[in-house]
Design a binder for this molecule. Structure first.
Ligand SMILES: Nc1ncnc2c1ncn2[C@@H]1O[C@H](COP(=O)(O)OP(=O)(O)OP(=O)(O)O)[C@@H](O)[C@H]1O
Ligand SMILES: [Mg+2]
Length: 305
């Protein structure tokens, strides 16, 4: 069933200023606030837009995720291009975090979670029997919603990964990795005199940059970020967004965000998820100004209640 194309909406030019639109729609009354549909109604939708790219760093094919009986991701196929920033958006509970976690097998540690389908990194099966998950998570690093530094010093937070992966041969090399990672995360100048102080003593925004430094210290190829700025103020958010822009020169980044402004600012491609389905993918500007699917349009214009 090709419901995707039947659901093309009117091509209103919307939403880099989506929050304004959202406020307006609330003010104009209840009637514009739609309810999410039944999951069975979206089950057979075919993703519209351009889920595949020529230079995929990671590729997901027909991925399904269940938590027990709950079907959280339904037949999702999507490429993540090399050195791109791809934003994943959609209503709460649509499976953004679940999908992100499939990419570095963080779902493995959730009891009752089952992943089917294929995910590759440079063409290599992420779920293959040979795959070493510790190695995989160094290649595909993750930054979470809530900054979660280890209860150790700032230095040790960053040095831990390189040490367990044997990336430094001596203390001088390790010092160098710690410093360059903190510099790339734009944190070094603020902490250079306090490297032995606990990471947990930093401000929220600094802690999140510390977590980014920790992730990049092991030279990952892909960085997954799950709402990395949701606990931060606008200034700290702006710092992280600048950082994402710099990091994309070297890394591939997939970021989940509830802020459409953030998606518009940092990403080149955007994927819209809805009730476990990948509804639409495309260039970020196109998704926000010319959404093709009615559900995408409803979301970016703030019409879901
Ligand atoms: N550990 C779990 N056990 C059981 N069900 C889960 C678990 N984690 C997520 N789910 C369910 O899977 C679905 C997708 O959840 P997920 O956390 O991926 O959504 P999300 O898009 O990241 O939402 P949010 O924007 O609120 O973070 C939801 O229905 C959720 O209740
Ligand atoms: Mg989530």
């Amino acid at each position: 069933m090709m419901q995707g194309t039947e659901n093309m909406g009117s091509m209103t030019s919307v939403a880099i200023e989506a929050e304004t639109v959202e406020t307006d729609s609330r003010e104009t009354g209840e009637s514009r606030v739609l309810q999410l549909q039944d999951q069975d109604e979206v089950r057979d939708y075919v993703t519209i837009g351009a889920p595949f790219v020529d230079n995929a760093k990671m590729a997901a094919r027909n991925v399904n995720v269940h938590y027990g009986e709950k079907h959280a991701i339904m037949d999702v196929s999507l490429d993540i291009g090399k050195n791109e920033v791809i934003a994943m958006i959609g209503p709460s509970g649509c499976g953004k975090s679940t999908f992100l976690r499939t990419l570095n097998r963080m779902n493995d540690i959730i009891a009752g979670c089952r992943v089917d389908g294929e995910i590759t990194l440079d063409g290599e099966d992420v779920y293959g029997r040979q795959q070493d998950t510790v190695m995989l998570r160094a290649r595909v690093g993750m930054v979470f919603q809530k900054p979660n530094p280890f209860p150790k010093s700032i230095y040790e937070n960053v040095a831990y990964g390189p040490r367990i992966h044997g990336l430094a041969h001596n203390k001088a090399e390790l010092d160098e990795i710690v410093e360059s990672s903190l510099r790339r995360a734009s944190l070094f100048d603020e902490v250079k005199d306090n490297l032995d102080k606990p990471g947990t003593g930093l401000s929220g925004g600094q802690q999140q940059r510390l977590c980014i430094a920790r992730a990049i210290a092991v030279s990952p190829e892909v960085i997954l970020m799950d709402e990395p700025c949701s606990a931060l103020d606008p200034i700290a958010t702006a710092r992280i967004e600048e950082l994402i822009d710099e990091l994309k020169e070297k890394y591939t980044i997939a970021i989940v965000t509830h802020s459409m402004q953030q998606a518009a600012r940092v990403s080149q491609r955007t994927a819209y998820f809805h009730l476990g389905k990948l509804i639409e993918v495309g260039g970020t500007k196109d998704i926000f100004t010319r959404p093709r699917h009615q559900l995408t349009e409803n979301y970016i214009t703030g019409r879901f209640g």
